[in-house]
Design a protein around this ligand. Structure first.
Ligand code: ADP
Length: 447
């Protein structure tokens, strides 16, 4: 319960109120004390002045201090002070408590000289004891404090009440989106990837909600991809497998003979299957980001020449010419050579496959910022504009039936894209139907 946001808010509010009220109490206490003291001081001053006047008047009427004691005793009673009056020699001529009367008085603190304009020296000294006045001071303060304190406690209680009400409404507003998020997250966790939350808040909670929503859509997309992948793989495996089974059944039924031709056909289907499985494994690794690249500075020029040499036999058979156009000096690139060679091979094979007899394939490379851009262009059949955005998707083939017959798994470009991207580069294709295609990719220059 104490961990809930609502109780935390409540505790925070209550603490703030208590601290604020406490601070006010302390501050007021301090300033009130000073104020009371100043007030007390002024009253004292006024009384002393009045007493002094009375004493001077008495002295000038009587010409001596004789008989002053009853007046002083009365004043002492009245003001609740101890009042002592001494003559010019320091002998106590009056004491409101009577004890010092007729004795010399040697006080700790100086008294108030009783002066007149007519005599050059004081005619005596007036002393009052300060303890009693401090007592009064505190008594007055205590009463004030008690009253204000009661006032403050009631105020504090009312404030806490209001705080509880505010917390209640505020926490309801704050907690509504949190609750919505919690329940959506629970449903998402149990496999309902269509969960989204509607939070209008423009602050942190709104940001949390939109992060949640984008996470949910990513998960949904990943789940959809996984399902598609399984369906695609099943679909791709079905054709070669049913071909194999068809051959075997036909042999079994005696429709065809198990001769060298049949075995070659079976072998081709088996090759297709094993290529598909290998490509799938590679793609799986690349998509999971687990492809370990052994990168080192390599010459892209060498790699392009090697790839062209490997494809020589295939190219010659189709009477296609391959031209390599490279600048004299290209910086080394930071790549995993076998992987980038695989990309190049794939692009070249595709170009050969889709180029008619007598066509031309050109391989070029050029420096561009911190990358080397490699391009493989052909004068082949080209790719329809509506298919162009999809060719890097797995199992995507422009001509479904014909492409399968060429032995491609439909994964070549998907794997090439992943490999290039794992190197930090980009791959793209431009094509015009009937004129040809150009595939280009970038790889980073070695430092
Ligand atoms: P496949 O194994 O079928 O070649 P890819 O992923 O390598 O699969 O290519 C996907 C599709 O893109 C091919 O089926 C083909 O239709 C098209 N394609 C790729 N390269 C070319 C090209 N140079 N010219 C025309 N079409 C191409």
């Amino acid at each position: 319960m104490i961990h809930s946001l609502r109780s935390r808010l409540l505790i925070a509010f209550a603490l703030v109120i208590v601290v604020a009220v406490g601070a006010v109490f302390l501050f007021m206490g301090q300033s009130m004390r000073a104020e009371v003291q100043r007030f007390q001081g002024r009253i004292e001053e006024a009384r002393l002045g009045k007493m002094e006047l009375e004493l001077t008047r008495y002295y000038f009427q009587q010409k001596s201090w004789e008989g002053i004691q009853p007046f002083v005793a009365q004043w002492g009673n009245f003001y609740e002070w101890r009042i002592i009056v001494t003559d010019a020699d320091g002998l106590a001529v009056a004491d409101s408590e009577g004890a010092l009367l007729g004795h010399p008085y040697e006080p700790d603190s100086p008294g108030r000289p009783i002066t007149t304009p007519r005599t050059p020296y004081p005619i005596g000294t007036l002393y009052i004891s300060s303890e009693s006045s401090a007592g009064a001071d505190f008594a007055l303060l205590y009463i004030l404090f008690e009253q204000i304190g009661r006032f403050l406690i009631w105020g504090c209680l009312v404030a806490v009440g209001i705080a509880v009400a505010i917390t209640f409404f505020l926490s309801r507003r704050i907690l509504a989106p949190v609750k919505a998020l919690t329940s959506a997250a629970k449903r998402l966790g149990s496999g309902d990837f269509s969960q989204r939350v509607q939070v209008k808040d423009r602050g942190e909670l709104g940001e949390l909600a939109s992060t949640f929503n984008s996470m949910a859509s990513n998960l949904e997309r990943a789940e959809q991809l996984r399902r598609n992948m399984v369906a695609d793989v099943a679909h791709e495996l079905r054709t070669p497998l049913s071909n194999v089974r068809g051959y075997l059944e036909a042999v079994h039924d005696g429709v065809i003979k198990p001769d060298a031709d049949t075995i070659r056909s079976l072998d081709e289907e088996a090759m297709l299957l094993s290529r598909l499985v290998n490509d799938l494994q590679e793609l799986g690794l690349a998509e999971a980001g687990e492809l370990k690249l052994a990168r080192q500075p390599e010459s892209i020029t060498e790699l392009i020449k090697q790839t062209a040499a490997i494809a020589q036999a295939q190219v010659a058979a189709k009477e296609i010419s391959v031209s390599i156009d490279l600048p004299d000096k290209l910086p080394l690139v930071n790549i995993d050579a076998p992987r980038i060679s695989q990309v190049l091979r794939n692009l070249l094979e595709n170009a050969v496959t889709h180029t008619f007899q007598g066509g031309v394939i050109e391989m070029t490379a050029r420096e561009q910022d911190n990358y080397i851009e490699v391009a493989v262009s052909d004068t082949g059949e080209g790719i329809p504009a509506e298919d162009l955005p999809n060719i890097f998707e797995r199992f995507y083939r422009v001509d479904k039936s014909r492409a399968r017959a060429t032995g491609g798994s439909g994964l070549g470009l998907t794997i090439a894209k992943r490999l290039v991207e794992t190197h930090g580069g980009k791959i793209e294709a431009v094509s015009e139907i009937g004129k040809g295609s150009c595939f280009s990719f970038t790889v980073p220059i070695a430092e």
